[in-house]
Design a protein around this ligand. Structure first.
Ligand code: MN
Ligand code: MN
Length: 461
């Protein structure tokens, strides 16, 4: 053999996905990304993603699960976990004893939540006090247009849904930063201290009501809120209102190959998971899609992936077939679908480029996450890696390997560990992202599309 032949047959030869994409796949990719962009514009919080998924599932013949219900192969069901997380399944032809094929993503993203008593006035400017949620570089959230999303429960326990800042005619909101002219001291601070948590105060208004007394700007804002939503200040105490970047998902680059949006992490994988289920015929193994909440703060709480809500749902499925839940879990497979860090030439020194994911190289498989000596990682076994490799290759999915940055540089985790704790073989995979956790994140259309194909292949395995 010549050296070149040896090279071809023995060595890895990673290629940009665009060199392998057929004309038909290109067309499908564009159509898929159009649908994804619409999903992103409709869903900026876990609540909105859950609401969207319930409505979409109902339109595709899925039924809400009920304990004791009869379930047959091909039946389509969902469990709405308190409006903040959702599990969807299509019953397979095989017994659940032989396990389910599960894809798990999360639909919460970093943001600024309102504090329980958020409204105040300082020097005739009205503000909301916020408490950031998830890992953010706080300085990135100043001087960008913001929107308010969420729900308020009023004294009579009726609920009102609030969305301000997304319609072109809506006002938007801001956190101020210091002018450069007076930033001599600020610019000497470490980036973590340039803007601090208690400075993430959102500007709501500046016009005082006519009259005597203090806090006339605050009173004006409260009056406007009362006129529109029928709420009073005490109602903030039974509310979940959150501040997110305002605006829509946009194409990026002259070639339009990238998408910018708030919260690709991890709605880009959530959409990739749910799409292939909607029109799926009867799979061999039961296909299960999880859209979890609270991943960004440790998968805790009743709507997070550590919650027994998953056992509750899977228990109902298993009971309908007289199968033990533990047997089902032991034979199941889970793709923990979450984003990875795309290699960024601007910050090349933070990554091992031989092991990092790249834009346009397809869905990124992450054998392990964690930090330092793999601390906190769910490390997929060689057997699991062999399974996913074969599954993706057989389905013609373009994929690559990923690690989260250089050893000792930092790290992260996903829901994988909590799925693995349930005795379910699990591996991480997802879309490479640039500027993860910034107000706007970037992904490539090709990688989005390949992640959807990967989820489809997992369901059909
Ligand atoms: Mn994530
Ligand atoms: Mn994240």
């Amino acid at each position: 053999m010549t050296t070149e032949e040896l090279r071809q047959s023995l060595l890895r030869n990673p290629k940009n996905g665009y060199t392998q994409l057929s004309a038909q796949q290109r067309e499908e990719m564009e159509a898929y990304c159009k649908r994804y962009m619409a999903f992103m514009d409709a869903c900026k919080t876990e609540r909105e993603a859950t609401t969207w998924t319930v409505a979409t599932c109902q339109a595709h013949g899925f039924k809400e699960i009920k304990p004791g219900m009869e379930l047959n192969p091909g039946d389509k069901v969902y469990y709405n976990n308190r409006g903040k997380s959702i599990i969807v399944a299509v019953i397979g032809s095989e017994s659940l004893y032989w396990g389910a094929n599960i894809c798990a993503a999360h639909v919460d993203s970093p943001r600024m939540d309102l504090k329980p008593n958020p409204l105040y006035e300082s020097d005739e400017i009205a503000y909301f006090k916020t408490h950031y949620y998830g890992g953010i570089k706080k300085y990135q959230w100043t001087a960008v247009p913001l929107a308010i999303h969420g729900v308020v429960y009023r004294k009579d326990n009726t609920v009102v849904t609030v969305t301000v800042g997304e319609d072109d005619n809506d006002p938007v909101f801001f956190v101020s930063d210091l002018l450069i002219h007076l930033s001599a001291d600020q610019l000497q601070k470490p980036a973590a201290k340039v803007i601090e948590g208690e400075q993430l105060n959102v500007i709501l208004g500046t016009e005082p009501l006519e009259g005597e007394g203090s806090d006339l700007v605050k009173l004006h804002v409260m009056k406007l809120l009362n006129e529109k939503y029928g709420i009073i200040e005490a109602d903030f105490q039974s509310a979940e209102l959150t501040i997110v970047p305002a605006g829509k998902c946009r194409e990026v680059g002259l070639d339009r190959s990238l998408l910018a949006a708030y919260g690709h992490d991890d709605r880009v994988c959530a959409f990739a998971e749910i799409e292939p289920l909607l029109n799926m015929g009867t799979p061999t193994h039961t296909a299960v899609c999880i859209l979890a909440d609270k991943e960004e703060i440790g998968s805790v709480g009743v709507s997070g992936m550590q919650s027994q809500a998953f056992e509750y749902f899977m228990g109902i499925l298993c009971e309908s077939q007289n199968v033990k839940l533990a047997d089902c879990f032991a034979h199941s497979f889970c793709l923990s679908a979450d984003v990875s860090n795309a290699f960024d030439p601007n910050f090349a020194e933070t990554c091992d480029r031989r092991n990092n994911s790249f834009l346009n190289y397809g869905v990124a498989i992450c054998k392990y996450t964690g930090s330092r000596g793999k601390g906190g990682a769910s490390d997929a076994s060689a057997e699991v890696m062999g399974h996913i490799r074969t599954t993706l290759d057989n389905a013609g999915v373009i994929w690559q390997m990923a690690t989260l940055g250089k050893v000792d540089q930092g790290g992260g985790g996903t829901v994988a560990a909590y799925m693995a704790n349930r005795n379910i073989d699990t591996v991480d995979a997802g879309v490479p992202v640039l500027c993860m956790h910034a107000p706007m994140e970037l992904v490539s259309k090709l990688d989005c599309y390949m992640t959807m194909l990967a989820c489809q292949a997992v369901y059909q395995a």
